[in-house]
Design a protein around this ligand. Structure first.
Ligand SMILES: C[S@@+](CC[C@H](N)C(=O)[O-])C[C@H]1O[C@@H](n2cnc3c(N)ncnc32)[C@H](O)[C@@H]1O
Length: 254
């Protein structure tokens, strides 16, 4: 990628941003968690060139992969669930970030899975059909990267006792063209005070027109279940790799 000395400068710049972000993200940010996150940046740079899937089109690229890895290291969950396995890249990443955690990856289209990481449990149904029993909210993390309504996923996660989420593709109503099949209504939409119910939202992508009717029934109580959230800072300005997908850390209420 780049020479060691230059890479070290990049790692230092990213580590500073990561430590600042972790302080905003974690419920009780400790100096250890911030240090774990910052150290994880170097570990990520060493690991990423050894990824089993060099072409992860349709899934997380360099910048979002970095966030997934460092946040998982900083939070140190014992249970990680991801919805949206795709080829298997992010499940591999979570396993490498937290080798002692139980990692479950769900996808309803398992034919895309190209790499199975030992220790990850792969499921071919919707995550909501698996009963995880009583979960420890402080040590369980869910990553939703399945293009299903954020409002629905927030309700499902909250109902099952989860409190720490990562939501991908958290685009506001005026950026829905940024991804195919956006998870409407997104968290950005349901927390947008200027977006009125019964709005018709239209966007264009790859020559096609799409629309979504933003209605109260789709949001239901999801907004009130969110304690706080942080859209993770875009790393593209530092790394010059393509921009990520508005990956967002969410803490649910209760
Ligand atoms: C953007 S890809 C996931 C990328 C992957 N997390 C990564 O970073 O490499 C979205 C995936 O969500 C899957 N998906 C769609 N509906 C789903 C559902 N109800 N449950 C789980 N996965 C679903 C699709 O089949 C697709 O493989």
């Amino acid at each position: 990628m780049i020479s060691t000395a230059e890479q070290q400068r990049l790692i230092t710049a990213i580590s500073t941003l990561v430590s600042e972000s972790i302080a905003k993200v974690l419920p009780c940010p400790s100096s250890e968690a911030a240090a774990r996150g910052a150290d994880a940046v170097s570990a990520f740079f060493a690991l990423y060139p050894r990824r089993p899937l060099s072409d992860n089109r349709g899934g997380s690229g360099f910048n979002d992969s970095l966030w997934l890895f460092v946040l998982a290291r900083a939070i140190a969950p014992r249970l990680i669930i991801e919805s949206g396995t795709h080829k298997g890249h992010s499940a591999w990443l979570f396993r490498k970030a937290c080798p002692d955690a139980a990692v479950h990856s769900f996808d309803i289209a398992p034919e895309r899975l190209s790499y199975r990481e030992p220790g990850v449990e792969y499921h071919t149904h919707d995550w909501s059909e698996t009963d995880f029993g009583e979960v420890d909210p402080a040590t369980s993390l869910i990553f939703f990267d399945d293009h299903i309504s954020h409002a629905a996923r927030i309700r499902e996660a909250h109902e099952r006792g989860f409190r720490l989420l990562l939501l991908d593709d958290n685009f506001p109503a005026h950026n829905l063209y940024a991804t195919g099949g956006p998870p409407v209504p997104t968290l950005a939409m349901i927390t947008d005070p200027e977006l009125a119910f019964d709005s018709e939202i239209t966007w264009f992508r790859k020559g096609k027109t799409y629309s979504y009717h933003y209605c109260e029934a789709d949001v239901a109580d999801a907004r009130s279940l969110v304690a706080d959230f942080v859209v993770l800072p875009e790393l593209a300005n530092l790394t010059r790799f393509p921009a990520g997908s508005a990956l967002t850390f969410v803490r649910l209420a209760g």
